[in-house]
Design a protein around this ligand. Structure first.
Ligand code: 13P
Length: 342
């Protein structure tokens, strides 16, 4: 595995105007999404929904990669083409979520550690054979008076780096995802401080565990006010506060920062990304790796009905196009009206 294959894959995932679709909801999470539209979470419904997203015509103009779940990477389109093969034929790089979830952290009430390292070397080999060229591992941190503890911050950073090393050994680009959760009534300064602590630990561990940063991507939270606080910071403050933390803590060798949407509305997620790019240039590409913020309108339009597939694909295409515009700071809320015209 030449090191430059990792570099090339990481760069391709943050190519100009493009970003990543996170379609790696675990069976439990996709059930929650389907519950919200009254659709039963059967294997066939999950396949049909992912089929709808991946076969959207022209979406490859805006989407560089898709993160799949273990079930999804083994599924096929309605005409029998395996999903990774379909994506690759459109020039979209298949990826895979490899953590097994955030579990209660022993002796740390209310905190979690992300698991999935046991057997990971063998699983990565299989995923590469199935077509994956990058992977994702998500750690989560809650904010309150006593959280996150240093213990939680460092064990998760250690696990993220162990995952990243195994990925690079296997020829997969690791997306390193430390997500500071925005639930709670904390202000944006508390988010900024915690995000800085977390990023500092993550890059210390990545360095100590010999990770080649040119062959990685960072998937962080944006720095927002807690969702329950009444006076939430506006778009420019979010952009500037977030950028300040990344400038302090993310080495310039990292080719790209690909944000999670983390429960923001789809239009907020686009506006925040746009503002950060408009305030550039930066040492890294700033792009998206959204789940909910790319899928919410499509899911709502679909409602589990075959006759709605086209409308759902139009909604997905539109959101991808808006986020593509935000990659270069050229998005404006007025562009949302195009949704019906596409
Ligand atoms: P959201 O954009 O819905 O937060 O999901 C992104 C993701 O992959 C979380 O791990």
């Amino acid at each position: 595995m030449a090191a430059n294959e990792l570099h090339e894959t990481a760069k391709a995932l943050v190519a100009e105007g493009k970003g990543i679709l996170a379609a790696d909801e675990s069976t439990g999470t996709i059930k929650k999404r389907f519950d919200s539209i009254g659709v039963e979470s059967t294997e066939e419904n999950r396949r049909a929904y992912r089929d709808l997203l991946f076969t959207t015509e022209g979406v490859e103009e805006f989407i560089s990669g898709v993160i799949l779940y273990d079930e999804t990477i083994r599924q096929s389109t309605t005409d029998g083409t395996p999903f990774p093969k379909l994506l690759a034929s459109k020039g979209i790089i298949p990826g895979i979520k490899v953590d097994t979830g955030a579990k209660p952290l022993a002796l740390a009430e209310g905190e979690t550690v992300t698991e999935g390292l046991d057997g990971l070397r063998e699983r990565l080999q299989e995923y590469r054979e199935l077509g994956a060229r990058f992977a994702k591992w998500r750690a989560t941190y809650s904010i309150d008076a006593n959280r996150p503890s240093e213990y939680c911050v460092w064990v998760n950073a250690h696990a993220l780096a162990r995952y990243a090393a195994l990925c690079q050994e296997a020829g997969l680009v690791p997306i390193v995802e430390p997500e500071v959760l925005m639930d709670g009534d904390h202000d944006i300064h508390a988010s900024a401080k915690t995000t800085g602590r977390v990023l500092n630990a993550v890059y210390t561990e990545l360095h100590d565990q010999r990770i080649d940063l040119y062959g990685t991507l960072l998937k962080p939270n944006m720095v927002l006010s807690g969702y329950d606080t009444p006076n939430r910071a506006g778009v420019d403050e979010v952009a500037d506060t977030s950028l300040d933390e990344y400038h302090r803590h993310v080495p310039a060798a990292v080719p790209g920062i690909v944000f999670l949407s983390g429960g923001q509305s789809d239009e907020d997620a686009t506006a925040h990304l746009n503002a950060m790019n408009a305030h550039g240039p930066h040492p890294w590409q700033l792009s998206f790796s959204y789940g909910r913020a790319l899928q919410a309108p499509a899911l709502k339009a679909w409602q589990g009905k075959p006759e709605n597939v086209e409308a759902a694909q139009r909604a997905f295409y539109h959101r991808a196009k808006m986020n593509s515009a935000a990659r270069s700071g050229l998005y404006a809320p007025e562009m949302e009206r195009e949704a019906v015209a596409v």
